[in-house]
Design a protein around this ligand. Sequence first.
Ligand SMILES: Cc1cc2nc3c(=O)[nH]c(=O)nc-3n(C[C@H](O)[C@H](O)[C@H](O)COP(=O)(O)OP(=O)(O)OC[C@H]3O[C@@H](n4cnc5c(N)ncnc54)[C@H](O)[C@@H]3O)c2cc1C
Length: 102
Amino acid sequence: MNMISSVLHLVAKPFFSSAYSCGGNSTKATSGINGANTKSQKALGIEDSVELFSSDCLKGGAKKPELVKVLATNSGPDCDWLMDVFGLDLSLVVSRKKSAYS
Ligand SMILES: Cc1cc2nc3c(=O)[nH]c(=O)nc-3n(C[C@H](O)[C@H](O)[C@H](O)COP(=O)(O)OP(=O)(O)OC[C@H]3O[C@@H](n4cnc5c(N)ncnc54)[C@H](O)[C@@H]3O)c2cc1C
């Protein structure tokens, strides 16, 4: 770290992030994204639904059904958006023990 970045780090860090490095847990997330009714699922003939995803979230301990509804409803279109706009390859679909598909 050179002098300028050291100074910037010391001055800016308390205002922007409590962590040593930027990005928080979002920079660690690598294994998958949950989505209901994604185009990858449709291409593989997998039937899924917003209701099933919501039910998984609530069974998993989610405490705010209104937030779960937004998450589950948007999850499929959001995955499609990541693929369409950023060219992410989210074609691999797996079913995990505790949730339906991701
Ligand atoms: C190892 C690991 C792997 C994961 N893999 C996946 C995955 O594959 N798929 C998936 O969907 N999810 C995964 N997750 C979960 C996912 O990373 C988190 O749910 C998601 O990143 C949360 O995003 P966020 O924006 O809420 O928080 P973050 O991305 O953590 O951002 C919060 C930011 O706020 C800062 N902050 C916190 N408190 C303060 C404060 N008091 N003052 C200033 N700044 C503060 C933090 O430093 C951080 O930069 C994983 C998590 C971990 C730890």
